[in-house]
Design a protein around this ligand. Structure first.
Ligand code: BTN
Length: 260
């Protein structure tokens, strides 16, 4: 049986970040790192505290979905106290940092599907969930949850077998989760320290999106629309051109890509 624990000490010794990951809290088993991070933030955890789980029993995905998070994967949440102007860029920073950490550690090529799914050859390898608490014009806390399918074997999980992949499934061998986390936190901090200038972050995220120019079905709440994904803006919203030529802005939701 492989060792499924992640070594927080190995991550700390590999990190040269200024503040991100300088405080790491590791749980071998937890309900969700989002819950654990929220509790830590309420106790005024240091900016850049990272909660890492070996395994989550109630992992949460976007849009109230479940996130399957067995041992062998990467599940972490970052606590930040950003300026309100930086909020829209957190999605972009997290998606870029996750995608780049996978690419630099494994050599695999990734793409970002709007708004922040990380794909390998069209299948989802990582997802991001951001929960902010805003009071007036101040961000009380921001929790950025990142889940990467590292050791998960998608064929063994029927619910996601056709849509998900993992680093191990792609590489045919396991990969150091500590190295991925070090690269992820390093890249995240480098991008984050660029703020308040979000322009280069926005451009890099936009250029990595597989969604633009594609025929899509966009869903948000109970609404669905079909069209061509035309552009994104700095708030992170997607603009879709419908068949009658009109444009619709999708602020939060999900898209399915279709062959043109
Ligand atoms: C999605 O694509 O729907 C987002 C998935 C986010 C999963 C991560 S794993 C770490 C953190 N804890 C959770 O319960 N969810 C996020």
């Amino acid at each position: 049986m492989p060792n499924r624990d992640i070594s927080a000490a190995a991550i700390k010794s590999g990190l040269t970040t200024r503040f991100l990951g300088q405080n790491i809290i590791y749980y071998p088993l937890v309900t969700s790192t989002m819950e654990a991070a929220r509790a830590e933030a309420h106790k005024a955890a240091a900016d850049g505290t990272v909660i890492i789980a070996g395994e989550q029993t109630s992992g949460r995905g976007r849009l109230q979905r479940r996130w399957i998070s067995p041992g062998g994967n990467i599940a972490l949440s970052i606590i930040l106290y950003p300026d309100i102007a930086g909020l829209p860029y957190l999605i972009m920073i997290a998606a870029l940092a996750a995608s780049r950490s996978i690419e630099s550690t494994t050599g695999l090529e990734t793409q970002i599907k709007w708004p922040n799914d990380i794909l390998i050859k069209g299948k989802k390898v990582a997802g991001i969930l951001i929960e902010n608490e805003v009071k007036g014009d101040r961000v009380a806390r921001s929790v950025i949850g990142i889940g990467i399918n590292a050791g998960l074997l998608p064929d063994k999980v029927s619910e996601i077998a056709s849509i998900a992949t993992s680093l191990e499934a792609e590489l045919g061998k396991n990969v150091s989760r500590e190295n991925i986390i070090v690269n992820l936190l390093t890249g995240f901090e480098r991008l984050y320290l660029n703020l308040p200038d979000g322009e280069p972050i926005f451009k890099a995220w936009r250029d990595k999106l597989v969604t633009l120019g594609q025929k899509v079905t966009a869903t948000w709440g109970k609404d669905t629309l079909h069209g061509i994904a035309e552009s994104v803006d700095k708030s992170g919203a997607l603009t879709v051109r419908l068949s009658d030529g009109t444009l619709t802005r999708v602020v939060a939701g999900d898209v399915t890509l279709h062959e043109k």
